[in-house]
Design a protein around this ligand. Structure first.
Ligand SMILES: *[C@@H]1O[C@H](CO)[C@@H](O)[C@H](O)[C@H]1NC(C)=O
Ligand SMILES: *[C@@H]1O[C@H](CO)[C@@H](O)[C@H](O)[C@H]1NC(C)=O
Ligand SMILES: *[C@@H]1O[C@H](CO)[C@@H](O)[C@H](O)[C@H]1NC(C)=O
Length: 402
């Protein structure tokens, strides 16, 4: 039942090694940034003091306690961070639901590993306007400070905000430029985002997605896929279940949420997770009139066990994710799917050898039933890289899924 045990403990160890190394690299980074800046500063001594002090919280933290109330750690954690995350006594006393009389609001355990960024992120005027620093905030979140601890200020917004287009027009209409704060992105309006495939060099996540009349128009939409194709269609996936029994679900890393829009046309409610990687994906999804969810792939999915009918993910789950994290994520998908629920793993990609050694056994170990399993070559970067795709339709067993 548990073949991945061996490789798992190995990869767990590698994961911790990686954490250890990255922590040390971070320290090195902080110290080198710091020393190079202090060489032009007139006050190297006070800077050195700061550095020593700053390193203490992450040291305290690496033993896993993460307790902000130890005196050493409180030295320079931002006061607003402590105001939020420290224990807060329940006004009505002990609560049996909590089994406690104190509330510890959650923040990402890794936040305190980045004391400099955390200080910067948490220095805002309480009750005032938040800094317009989305790009910086997202980097902090992606490093593991998730959920972000900023809570008591008003986020940047356009002064001339325009209300969204009404449904159903909004589903396939480019939203107003003024619905987005553009500071964090290379493009400063939707016209630029739509044209960036032609006008901008270099890689961008979902580069052609904002053009609703380009490739998005036809994704998953054809009636039937070609035999052996990696591109399943929504209709053939839904046809594997009794009509109407797929009603609610999740699209992980769903770009501009065309999947959710297509499903909405079939009266199915899909929540789409997305980051804002050089584009206002969350605003765009919301403007279309479907539900965005701003969480990274390392966050535990915020759904209860055995609740969703379908989980879909395209192009996001792949070999850039540490395999231990991927193992956690796959189990989390299994957890939130109801028995009989579908996991549509759409264009997972990796290198051929990795697939056989790591990913195939990993995916097979979770406990899904394979309804469809198609492997194909990924040639966009050249055949010599031996990259490949897997598209799979997996089902959580209806009986005995526990
Ligand atoms: C913010 O507003 C709350 C509620 O009115 C108030 O208690 C608090 O003192 C204010 N904080 C600051 C820093 O202005
Ligand atoms: C967005 O801005 C661009 C550039 O200013 C403009 O050409 C375009 O018409 C605007 N789009 C909308 C929907 O207002
Ligand atoms: C979606 O629901 C509406 C309202 O109940 C219904 O009229 C429509 O036929 C449904 N569409 C599909 C594709 O089931």
């Amino acid at each position: 039942m548990d073949p991945p045990n061996q490789p798992k403990s190995l990869s767990t160890n590698l994961f911790y090694l990686f954490l250890l190394l990255s922590t040390n690299l971070l320290t090195l980074f902080i110290s080198s940034t710091f020393y190079s800046s202090s060489s032009c500063s007139l006050n190297p001594i006070s800077s050195t003091t700061t550095f020593t002090k700053r390193s203490s919280p992450s040291t305290t933290d690496s033993d896993g306690t993460g307790n902000p109330e130890t005196p050493q750690a409180t030295i320079d954690l931002p006061s607003e961070f402590l105001a939020f995350s420290s224990g807060q006594v329940l006004p009505l006393g002990f609560n049996t639901n909590f089994d406690s009389d104190t509330f510890y609001p959650p923040v990402g355990q890794a936040c305190t590993r980045f004391p400099d960024e955390l200080s910067r992120f948490m220095s805002y005027k309480v009750n005032g306007s938040c800094p317009d620093d989305e790009l910086f905030a997202q980097k902090l979140l992606l490093k593991g400070c998730e959920p972000l601890p900023r809570r008591r200020c008003r986020p940047a917004a356009q002064p001339d905000y325009v209300e969204p287009n009404p449904l159903p027009t909004s589903l396939w209409t480019t939203p107003p430029n003024s619905s987005v704060v553009w500071t964090a992105y290379t493009c400063k309006d939707y016209t630029c985002l739509i044209n960036r495939v032609k006008t901008q060099k270099g890689f961008d996540d979902c580069k052609d997605c904002f053009d609703l009349h380009g490739r998005e128009k036809n994704r998953w939409a054809s009636r039937q896929s070609i035999e052996g194709s990696l591109d399943f269609t929504i209709d053939e996936v839904l046809a594997t279940k009794k009509p109407g029994t797929i009603r609610i679900g999740l699209d992980i890393g769903g770009g501009v949420a065309t999947f959710a829009v297509r499903m909405r046309e079939r009266n199915i409610t899909i929540i789409t997770t997305s980051m804002n990687l050089n584009g206002p994906f969350n605003n765009f999804i919301a403007s279309r009139g479907v539900m965005p969810l701003y969480i990274s792939i390392s966050q535990r999915l915020p759904f209860f066990d055995n609740t969703l009918d379908i989980v879909h993910s395209m192009h996001v789950l792949s070999n850039w994710i540490p395999s231990t994290l991927l193992h956690f994520l796959m189990f989390d998908i299994y957890r939130v799917l109801r028995p009989g629920g579908l996991f549509w793993l759409d264009h997972f990609f990796c290198v051929e050898d990795q697939f056989l050694d790591v990913y195939k056994p990993l995916i097979e170990s979770i406990g899904f039933i394979k309804l469809k399993w198609v492997v194909g070559k990924k040639l966009d970067r050249g055949a010599e890289l031996r990259e490949m795709y897997l598209s799979a339709l997996l089902e959580k067993p209806l009986k005995n899924s526990w």
